[in-house]
Write a protein that binds this ligand. Structure first.
Ligand code: UT7
Length: 335
């Protein structure tokens, strides 16, 4: 074998700690009944959601991201000045620029870290974690803070009952570093399909359609989704991502201890679990409390599962997500 045929040396990478944060304010399905033509029964039956958290006017994505980051640092034993990189995965940044990652860097005091935002919507945390794994694996960074944060309430049309009942605000974070005996990321699979980009979008506010009075009159500055089409693609995408990552790691669905899925809809999660023949006790759910929190969904669920004692040493933990872009992905961790 010539030297050019040799596989590059990569370091194994672990999740060293997790943290999360949600706003205090609870918006229940009954509260929504006063805003749109909906009912608690419909929302629970069609989505599994009972309530969600909504930030107040003064709170922005970086505030929740910072709170989650501090908790992740604490749980990992890493200090902010040890961070080499901060990746904030979000589609609801504080500003178009500067990046939310730079704002978090200033808030937590991580002067050595270079910072970037990453837009992969609900799949963001898995994308961000894979970027971290690549940097650490290649020896270009040691400790990377990856945050999934979303504040979709600020971009919501509170008259669109097909969308506004689904989403909540939250942040979840993880410290990723060289493998330390636990939490090893065994494999990740990521996918995207930009040909279906229009299925979930926020049309105005970018360079294609800058904000105008006309755009606002047409609700183009708000979140739009063709929920029914996304639903079908979501079930297929989540199953495919799970199967591919399990194949990459050389294991089967039967080996999975806990599925930690993107919390978009219990029917999507149930269908994915059924296709993989995973019983309900091996599927983590917190959608009833938070709704769909997009990029925060997977790290929030992972952090709650950890704090509830649902993750045991040696467990195979399968994270999976699907969302705007379209983007999707799955990651397998040996806890
Ligand atoms: O995280 C990013 C990825 N996003 C997702 O994964 C979301 C995927 N989609 C979904 O979760 C589901 O499509 C929804 C929960 C958004 C909608 O559920 P659905 O079973 O697909 O309902 P539908 O859109 O087919 O609507 C069925 C009926 C319609 O009435 P008609 O036309 O049959 O009379 C809707 O107008 O339900 C009606 N409807 C509602 N009724 C009461 C839609 N939203 C509501 C509502 N309350 N909030």
């Amino acid at each position: 074998m010539s030297s050019s045929d040799k596989k590059p040396q990569v370091r194994s990478v672990s999740i060293l700690g997790t943290g999360s944060a949600v706003p205090d304010r609870v918006l229940t399905n009954h509260d929504l009944e006063a805003l749109v033509d909906t009912s608690d029964d419909w929302i629970v039956a069609r989505t599994g959601i009972r309530e969600r958290r909504i930030a107040d006017d003064k709170t922005a994505a970086s505030d929740l991201a910072t709170a989650a980051a501090r908790r992740a640092l604490e749980s990992s034993g890493i200090t902010a000045d040890q961070l080499d990189t901060i990746v904030v995965c979000t589609v609801t940044a504080d500003y178009q620029f500067p990046s939310t990652a730079c704002l978090v860097q200033a808030a937590i005091g991580a002067p050595r870290a270079y910072c970037m935002d990453l837009a992969a919507a609900c799949s963001g945390f898995l994308y961000g974690t894979e970027v971290a794994r690549g940097l650490i694996g290649a020896g270009l960074a040691n400790h990377v803070l990856v945050i999934g944060v979303e504040m979709l309430s600020k971009f919501m049309n509170w008259q669109d009952r097909g969308v506004c009942i689904l989403f909540g605000d939250a942040a979840g974070a993880a410290i990723i570093g060289p493998h330390n005996g636990r939490g090893e990321i065994l494999a990740t699979y990521l996918g995207a399909d930009g040909t279906s980009a229009e299925l979930i979008e926020l049309p105005a506010g970018g360079s294609r359609h800058p904000i105008t009075h006309e755009a606002i009159d047409q609700q183009q500055h708000h979140f739009h989704m063709k929920g029914n089409e996304v639903f079908k693609l979501g079930v297929r995408g989540m199953e495919e991502a799970c199967r591919r990552v399990l194949d990459r790691a050389g294991v089967t669905p039967a080996d999975v201890s806990l599925l930690v899925p993107h919390q978009a809809n219990t029917r999507i999660i149930d269908a994915t679990a059924q296709r993989l023949e995973l019983p309900p006790e091996r599927v983590y759910l917190n959608i009833q409390k938070y709704g769909n929190t997009s990029a925060a969904s997977v790290p929030l669920a992972l952090d709650e599962a950890r704090r509830e004692g649902r993750l045991h040493e040696g467990d195979l933990v399968l994270m999976v997500a699907f969302g705007a872009g379209l983007t999707w992905g799955a990651s397998l961790v040996r806890w």
